[in-house]
Design a protein around this ligand. Structure first.
Ligand SMILES: C[S@@+](CC[C@H](N)C(=O)[O-])C[C@H]1O[C@@H](n2cnc3c(N)ncnc32)[C@H](O)[C@@H]1O
Length: 306
């Protein structure tokens, strides 16, 4: 038992060094594809201090499928992420996110209900056309709000001298077009749920100072890493899908790091109980209902990519 512990500590130390080296070389670390419970536990065990975590899961409809245990599932992920996050930005459609407002795990608190407003959704349904998404800004009570990042030069000088009586923070409604059609063509990667950099950037700026760390463990195309990099912040990202990990590698010009298989297997075994075993994925386009195991990255990415 003791030898096992020593070995794990050694593997963790090696991994920490690898991540630190890679961060100082590239500013970005892409972890190999893995489940969020596994990557979250890894970050926690490594003792990495994270100023801002972006949490942008599938929204319980559309491409990610639907699951009956969604609220419970997301709450368990929030629990895992809060272990190392000062600020946590949690995305979803308003009607889904609303379920979580009175269930925020302590010591996280609700700082703000943010809305991303877009007018260019191509949806043709006979009713309200979707034009908003919600992002709950959760934070520890002592988390620093970096309002200084939103000030102009004159305001910043006054702020530094303690002479700015009213600090004009950014609005809680972020107006930015969806990446679709010709909008944001250069930014589009092919990921079905990619956020604009300009949207994620606001969250990064509120939750970090220069040189701080952003983590996104459901990172899709890697928007968080790009927003962080553009603003001189470090980032660690990971996604369960091999396909999306490749998209992020290409987009960011950074290759994933390798991790010691023994360490990953041990953490995997220790976190497997957290992962739900069944997920219902009712695709719309004539495919039959599929039962699949969300812990099997390859299987999930095949289903998502097809
Ligand atoms: C809404 S998308 C994120 C999009 C991202 N913010 C972007 O701008 O590209 C959700 C992502 O979560 C990933 N995902 C789903 N289940 C996961 C799991 N259990 N562990 C890690 N990632 C997962 C999906 O592969 C998908 O890329």
């Amino acid at each position: 038992m003791k030898r096992n512990d020593n070995h794990s500590a050694e593997l963790l130390a090696q991994t920490r060094e690898k991540i630190t080296k890679s961060l100082s070389k590239n500013g970005i670390v892409i972890l190999p594809p893995m489940d969020v419970f596994l990557s979250a536990r890894l970050i926690e065990l490594l003792g990495i201090k994270v100023q801002t975590t972006i949490f942008d899961p599938w929204y319980n409809k559309g491409v990610g499928g639907e699951r009956e245990d969604y609220v419970d599932y997301i709450l368990r992920i929030l629990e895992a992420l809060k272990a190392f996050s000062e600020h946590l930005f949690f995305w979803g459609f308003p009607q889904i996110v609303a379920h979580f407002v009175d269930k925020i795990p302590e010591p996280l608190q609700l700082k703000c209900w943010l809305t991303w407003f877009y007018k260019n959704s191509p949806s043709m349904i006979r009713g309200w056309r979707s034009a908003q998404m919600t992002c709950l800004h959760l934070a520890r009570p002592d988390a620093k709000m970096h309002v200084e990042n939103f000030l102009n030069e004159v305001q910043l000088q006054k702020f530094k001298q303690g002479k700015l009586r009213f600090i004009p923070g950014p609005p809680s409604v972020i107006e930015e077009s969806l990446l679709c059609g010709f909008v944001g063509r250069k930014e589009q990667t092919g990921h079905p749920s990619q956020k604009p950099i300009a949207v994620i950037e606001k969250l990064v700026l509120m939750g970090t100072g220069r040189g701080d760390l952003v983590v996104d463990l459901m990172s899709g195309s890697g928007t968080s890493a790009e927003a962080a990099y553009n603003n001189e912040r470090f980032s660690i990202i990971c996604d369960i899908s091999e396909d999306y990990t490749q998209i992020a590698e290409k987009r960011l010009g950074v290759k994933r790091i390798n991790l010691p298989a023994r360490l990953i297997n041990r953490i995997d075994a220790a976190t497997s109980a957290l992962r739900p075993k069944k997920i219902r994925i009712p695709f719309k386009n004539d495919r039959p209902l599929q039962k699949t195991d969300p812990t099997k990255g390859q299987q999930l990415s095949l289903l998502m990519g097809s």
